[in-house]
Design a protein around this ligand. Structure first.
Ligand code: BGC
Length: 344
């Protein structure tokens, strides 16, 4: 494993940001920023052995600070939406920062994505950690949180999320990488398989209503691999109203198990995702506004696909969803693995 690091700029508040590169002996590499624990680049070989960078990202720190979309970042304390930013825990009502219409999204106005984290390098990986104080964005409990990235010799990127709080709180951590296994252009020709028979219905604000519905016979059916573009322009309400997919899928089983398989026919790159989390948000970058990305690349809607492993959004308001409550002193530990292979 080769490791290197260099300065990636200075934040507006004067903090120096470092970019780390971890490379395995196959030449695959990941570039990580201590700002937001962000995956800036992830390069894996295609069917001809040529390296392809499969995530969207920026060349300049200012873009990470100014642009929306959470490109490659770790999001928390609670990924995705909490209705009106309100939840009740232990008989007490908490009001979080509201930053998405009336709702709380991806940890609030300044979520985990917009902090510089501490780091510790080890043999084949790096651990980023930070202290999220009681009351940050309205959340209860002092939280010590860490995100560990490991790049294996077998071309897997393993992400381990750990946290502990001194008071009961909610924690739901994920990574917001936009994958494009072709390396450029749109993702409509990517084939996706999801290990999910159900999804959570959204209201018009993209907030789960609490209703869990079968995917069968609908555009949400990905049990057998199909092209992302096949049904994306459907007139079927759940998908049409968001201009594509922006839904939480209910993953079958528990423990570390397969969640999704994404494949790009052009490069032959396949990404198998497995996770310990109960759900995965399929987001086809419907609202990614046009912008300049790495090395002059042009990004637009549907140029990346996010597979955000998570507790279901709005779970505090939906009794039938798995609970994202983290009890004081009890360790939080979850893992998501993105395994890359090629099909000739
Ligand atoms: C959400 C989308 C949102 C995107 C970028 C996704 O996780 O589900 O609704 O637009 O993140 O913020």
């Amino acid at each position: 494993m080769e490791q290197s690091q260099q300065c990636f700029g200075t934040t507006k508040s004067g903090e120096k940001v470092t970019i780390f590169r971890l490379a395995n002996s196959k030449g695959s590499y990941v570039e990580l920023l201590d700002y937001g624990c962000t995956i800036r680049a992830l390069a894996v070989p295609d069917k001809d052995g040529k390296l392809v960078d499969v995530v969207l990202g920026y060349d300049h720190l200012a873009q990470y600070q100014d642009e929306d979309g959470y490109l490659g970042a770790a999001v928390g304390r609670h990924a995705n939406r909490i209705g009106k930013g309100i939840f009740t825990l232990g008989g007490k009502e908490y009001r979080l920062a509201v930053n998405n219409g009336a709702n709380h999204l991806h940890g609030g106005i300044c979520g985990f994505d917009c902090y510089r984290w501490e780091h510790r390098l080890f043999d084949d990986g790096i651990t980023f950690s930070r202290f999220s104080p009681d009351g940050e964005e309205g959340y209860p409990g002092n939280l010590r949180v860490s995100v560990t990235y490991r790049l294996t010799e077998a071309n897997a990127l393993e992400i381990t999320y750990e946290a502990v709080s001194d008071a009961d709180t909610v924690v739901n951590l994920t990574n917001h990488s936009y994958f494009n296994l072709e390396g450029a252009g749109n993702i409509l020709g990517h084939q996706l398989q999801l290990f999910a028979r159900q999804y959570t219905e959204n209201d018009s604000g993209c907030l789960p209503t609490g209703v869990i519905l079968p995917v069968e016979g609908t555009p949400m059916e990905f049990e057998t691999a199909k092209e992302l573009g096949q049904d994306i322009a459907t007139k079927w309400g759940q998908v049409q109203q968001f201009g594509g997919y922006d839904h939480n899928f209910v993953l079958a089983g528990t423990g570390l198990r397969p969640a999704a398989v994404l494949h790009a026919p052009g490069t032959g790159i396949t990404m198998a995702t497995s996770t310990t989390m109960p759900g995965v948000q399929l987001y086809t970058s419907n609202s990614l506004s046009p912008r300049r990305g790495k090395a002059g690349a042009w990004y637009d809607a549907h140029h990346g696909v996010c597979l955000e492993t998570q507790f279901f959004p709005n779970a505090m308001a939906c009794q039938n969803f798995p609970s994202p409550v983290l009890v004081a002193g009890v360790p939080y530990k979850h893992q998501t693995i993105y395994q890359f292979t090629v099909k000739p």
